[in-house]
Design a protein around this ligand. Structure first.
Ligand code: 9D3
Length: 244
């Protein structure tokens, strides 16, 4: 997969993609990440990329031409029109694991990082295929959201994760939070590893983990647990939880 990132702050991306899994994916040629500075496509003397909003109001708006020209530039070798243009902005649909899954099947993503109060609406109308937000909190721009997306999408590209860090057990893959994990030593600062995990009884261990997962999900993320899709076994484990 090829990912082009269009931003006014390319320096922010120095580092996040140069570590562990993403770095290995880039080295293996499975992932190609390119950064483009939108300011390089402002051709006036002062390289101006923002302007006052028509109609008044506070804050600045990103001018359409530098963004438009930058997108045209990164699309110029894409004869088959295989690219998908995504604008990161607070007005977008919220990014979910299923969004990451869907986008991991694309050949070429072009991510535009919004900044200032917003971007001229005509950019959206003419070249943006999809708008994405990463959640209901206010950030200073679309750069960190772009990093989040690249990270979540990259690990789903076939061959990027080794067997050891496989994604089939991902929390949101199963729609329920993960159970507690322990490693050596058996006792740490006076706290023992639960006896059942040392028992070697795989059926008991499986039930314990499932129960802990359900318990955590009910306490922290009840929105993920719809009673009607609980199996009879899950319902029983949840009843035990309510007794605990
Ligand atoms: C006062 C109105 N604000 C819109 C909700 C203005 C505004 C705040 C923050 C406009 C732009 C921004 C910068 N944020 C992003 O560009 C952004 C973002 C975010 O703030 N939260 C979650 N996801 C995203 S994706 C891009």
């Amino acid at each position: 997969m090829k990912i082009d990132i269009l931003t006014l702050f390319p320096e922010m991306f120095m580092g996040p993609f140069d570590n562990s899994i993403i770095k290995r994916a880039r080295e293996k040629g499975m992932l190609e990440i390119h950064l483009t500075n939108i300011r390089d496509f402002a051709f006036d003397k002062h390289k101006i990329v923002d302007d006052y909003p028509f109609g008044g109001g506070s804050g600045m708006v990103m001018k359409p031409d530098p963004v438009f020209t930058a997108v045209e530039h990164v699309k110029k070798n894409d004869k088959e029109k295989l690219s998908r243009v995504i604008l990161l902005c607070p007005q977008g649909r919220v990014f979910k694991q299923e969004t990451a899954k869907r986008l991991s099947g694309e050949a070429h993503l072009i991510l535009i990082c919004g900044h200032y109060e917003g971007i001229d609406e005509r950019v959206r109308e003419m070249i943006v295929d999809e708008e994405i937000s990463i959640g209901d909190f206010v950030l200073t721009g679309g750069e960190i959201p772009a990093m989040v997306m690249v990270d979540a999408i990259s690990r789903l590209i076939p061959g990027v994760l080794g067997d050891e860090d496989s994604y089939v057990n991902d929390s949101f893959y199963n729609g329920i939070l993960e159970h507690p994990q322990y490693t050596r030593p058996r006792e740490y600062k006076g706290i023992q590893v639960p006896e059942v995990l040392l028992s070697g009884n795989h059926e008991k261990i499986r039930q314990w983990r499932r129960k802990k997962s359900l318990q955590r999900t009910m306490q922290r993320r009840p929105d993920l647990l719809k009673r009607e899709d609980l199996s009879p076994e899950d319902s029983k484990l949840l009843e035990q939880t309510e007794e605990d």
